[in-house]
Design a protein around this ligand. Structure first.
Ligand code: GLC
Length: 445
């Protein structure tokens, strides 16, 4: 099980991930049957302040497995919808905190042995995604609230104790090293199965918070994973060994350092498609633009029903995002973060060669719109959508001979606004060069 920590690992190439920009997260499991929150609905059962309609006993939760039929699971139809939405990767929950594996794992709970689905759901998912050129990602929860050797902890009121509902007979404090070793053996066994059977492009970990990185032996795990599946991209929830950060449910206002991805739900929950509090596609499109403008990705969640169908509301939102993305693909995919704060009042992105700048005008302006601090000569300013209409503009102020750029004023008055965002394309005479000074006295006029 142990590998030498001195083994040299080649870091994965994150190019596809950084260029992908838009991914679909899929929470699917036995909880989809009764439309309850994933795993947390039994973990939080009876907890103070818990909405009783969001929770159920452990026994009732697990009983949902008898109706996990997945009869209408059609991964090719999922993949076609994701492609229509413009997604370039998709991440499926192969095992959530409840311990129910969606593949035919050798040990513990699996939908193949323990539900009427009685088949592997992960392999067909990966194949269908790849057939549409969508990278296949697998979500996996480190912690496992049903494994007999996993000591489940309760974090109520900030005090960590045995979980009262289904706690095992030992805790982290009164450790049982033999059982913990057995759990880690099982944990590695499952991950090896996922890596070797399905060759995932991405591993999306979760549920690390109940133990320290040292206890999970994440350094060793990282080595193993990258040996079993060279080149795999790994998210942040594996101590310090992940490849990218995963802010959740709230867009950062300052971009995280390095590659990142915002994971986000369409309604209030990860698992309940029937929850009516849907966000609008307009706000989700804007969120995607804002993430991409800061150099990040959006991983937008869907929650298929127990029979495998995608709820109509979720399919509609995905199609509406795709309809906006198609004519604006150049400004989104394969781009990098655009202008820093202060240069333009809205998100922006830059082409890979940094010679084309895309500005996203989110509201139709009643006045001219300004872009500041660009040293380059601007070759053209056009509308990305449609026929490449020229956008009238003028430059005012500045002292070009002293390296102080003027303000470029764009006149959008006669440009019909594009729904969600009007995307303006600026072609520059070379890679973007920005004024970064604090203002200066012009000593020669
Ligand atoms: C949280 C939740 C989990 C959900 C995940 C998605 O970690 O515990 O239920 O699957 O977020 O990012």
């Amino acid at each position: 099980m142990t590998t030498s920590p001195t083994t040299t690992l080649i870091p994965p190439d994150l190019t596809w991930f950084n260029n992908a920009k838009f991914g679909i997260f899929i929470h699917w499991g036995i909880y989809s049957v009764g439309q309850y929150p994933e795993s947390w609905s039994f973990y939080n059962h009876g907890a103070k302040g818990q909405d009783p309609s969001d929770s159920l006993s452990f026994e009732d939760y697990m009983a949902q497995r008898h109706a996990f039929l997945t009869r209408r699971y059609d991964p090719a139809a999922w993949a076609a919808l994701f492609a229509e939405a413009g997604a370039r990767y998709a991440v499926l929950t192969t095992k959530h905190h409840d311990g129910m594996a969606l593949w035919d794992t050798a040990e513990h709970l699996s939908v193949v042995r323990d539900t009427p689905a009685a088949r592997d759901l992960v392999g067909p998912f990966c194949e269908a995604m790849r057939a549409q050129n969508i990278h296949a990602g697998l979500y996996y929860s480190h912690l496992d609230w049903t494994h007999p050797d996993y000591p489940s902890l309760c974090h109520a009121e900030g005090i960590v104790t045995d979980h009262p509902g289904y706690a095992r007979s030992y805790t982290l404090d009164k450790d049982d090293p033999v059982r913990w070793e057995n759990f880690l053996r099982f944990h590695r066994l499952q991950l090896r199965e996922l890596c070797e059977r399905y060759s995932p492009d991405l591993l999306w970990f979760d549920g690390d918070w109940e133990r320290t990185p040292a206890k999970w032996r994440f350094e060793e795990l990282n080595q193993l994973l990258r040996t079993w599946r060279p080149g795999v991209v790994i998210n942040s929830r594996i101590g310090t060994f992940g490849d990218y950060a995963t802010p959740e449910q709230g867009i950062p206002t300052t971009p995280p350092i390095g590659p990142w991805e915002l994971c986000y739900t369409m309604n209030r929950t990860w698992a309940m498609a029937t929850d009516p509090s849907y966000k609008t596609s307009a706000e989700l499109i804007r969120l995607l633009i804002e993430c991409v403008g800061m150099g990040g990705n959006l991983l937008l969640n869907i929650s298929p029903l127990g029979d495998g169908t995608i709820f109509y509301e979720q399919a509609r939102i995905l199609r509406e995002i795709g309809a906006w993305l198609r004519p604006h693909a150049k400004a989104i995919y394969d781009t990098q973060a655009g202008l820093p704060h202060g240069y333009f009042y809205g998100p922006s992105t830059l082409s890979a060669d940094r010679k084309t700048l895309y500005l996203f005008q989110l509201e139709h302006p009643s006045n001219e719109v300004s872009v500041k601090g660009i040293h380059n000569r601007i070759l053209s300013i056009t509308l990305l959508n449609g026929d490449g209409t020229q956008i009238p503009h003028r430059v005012s102020g500045g002292a070009s001979w002293a390296g102080v750029p003027g303000v470029v004023w764009l006149d959008l008055k006669n440009i019909a606004p594009t729904p969600h965002a009007t995307v303006i394309k600026l072609e520059l005479d070379g890679p973007l060069s920005l004024y970064t000074g604090h203002g200066q006295v012009i000593t020669q006029n």
